[in-house]
Design a protein around this ligand. Structure first.
Ligand code: ASP
Length: 323
């Protein structure tokens, strides 16, 4: 039996030490992934997940998350959920407490979170609001004005001119640039002592996205896939490409054929990156097999992923192969 291991995409190192402790105590892969991801979601300095995540075009933080278990391929997810700081835990609750469904979005996800006793929280931090406003101002500076109104407002549903603003939202989404810096969804996957695999994904999604947009992180086969017969895979980056490519599922299909994890990620990404797309094209993938092998690929050089085993004292960073 392979030794327990936990791996994650850039910035998962905020949570992996907590996840590996769960595995050290003999906890499940699902418990380890959830515990690790919650640390990342609670880190306000991370602008791509949970509290502190960058908002949609209207200044509202909408979160997507999913978990998938390898032996049963049970899947739980939430999309475009507002007001709950730990979407990974709500996704887990969908998996465990709502077996008739896999994915809840928007108000339904929020209702489910409330009914299941999750605590609400303010997700839009001052720093994330500042970055969003700067983006609006930069967009206004290039075109004079955003949709015929000032960009001073925050939640635009409350201000006059909101209708014109919404009419122009698609144009705004096109013009707002993704935030600079180490960006992206967080993928975390774990293999536990019993040999179970679990993949978790959490995100605030494409920065300044159209309200209601759900990305690959909540979609099985796109941003998350886990099958104990072959392995688990997850994606970060432009979710529209991994949704159109079915990328996480493609990577696992390649693992099933015996492809090495890094190469499986590279081939899966290459297929998705070849699709016609005029927007931000960065995409990264990560994979873990039931015998503990792992690898990652990225469209850009310099990208890494983090690994912890039972012997680790700190996360170790491994390079991803470049597309
Ligand atoms: N994959 C995420 C999404 O499309 C965004 C990201 O990883 O940057 O929602």
């Amino acid at each position: 039996m392979a030794q327990p291991v936990i791996i994650g995409s850039e910035r998962s190192e905020a949570g992996l030490p907590t996840g590996i402790e769960v595995l050290r105590r003999g906890g499940s892969a699902l418990d380890a992934v959830e515990a690790a991801m919650r640390c990342c979601e609670d880190n306000p300095a991370d602008h791509y997940v949970g509290t502190g995540g960058l908002p949609n075009a209207r200044g509202e933080v909408e979160l997507d998350a999913s978990v998938m278990i390898g032996s049963s391929r049970r899947f739980g997810a939430v999309g475009a959920m507002r007001g709950y700081p730990n979407p990974i835990s709500v996704a887990r609750a969908v998996l465990e407490r709502l077996p008739q469904h896999c994915l809840l979005v928007g108000e339904g996800a929020e209702l489910f979170a409330e009914e299941n006793g999750f605590t609400k929280g303010e997700l839009l931090t001052d720093e994330a609001r500042r970055i969003w406003r700067e983006q609006l101002q930069a967009a206004a500076a290039t075109e004079g004005e955003v949709a015929g109104r000032s960009v001073e407002g925050e939640n635009t549903s409350a201000v006059p001119g909101d209708r014109r603003y919404r009419e122009a939202a698609l144009d705004l989404v096109r013009r707002l640039a993704p935030h600079e810096g180490p960006w992206g969804t967080i993928n975390i996957m774990a293999l536990d002592a019993s040999g179970e695999l679990c993949v978790g994904v959490s995100t605030s999604g494409y920065p300044f996205k159209y309200p209601g947009r759900v990305g690959d992180s909540a979609v099985p086969g796109a941003g998350n896939w886990c099958d104990l017969r072959a392995g688990g895979a997850a994606c970060t980056g432009r979710g529209e490409l991994s949704m159109r490519g079915g990328t996480a599922r493609s990577v696992v299909d390649l693992l099933a054929l015996g492809t090495d994890p890094a190469e499986a990620c590279r081939l899966g990404l290459r297929e998705a990156a070849g699709l016609p797309d005029e927007f931000r094209a960065e995409l990264r993938a990560l994979a873990l097999t039931p015998d503990g092998r792992h690898g990652g690929a990225s469209g850009q050089p310099g990208s890494v992923y983090a690994v912890m085993t039972l012997d680790s004292t700190a996360p170790e960073f491994h390079p991803r192969v470049v597309l």
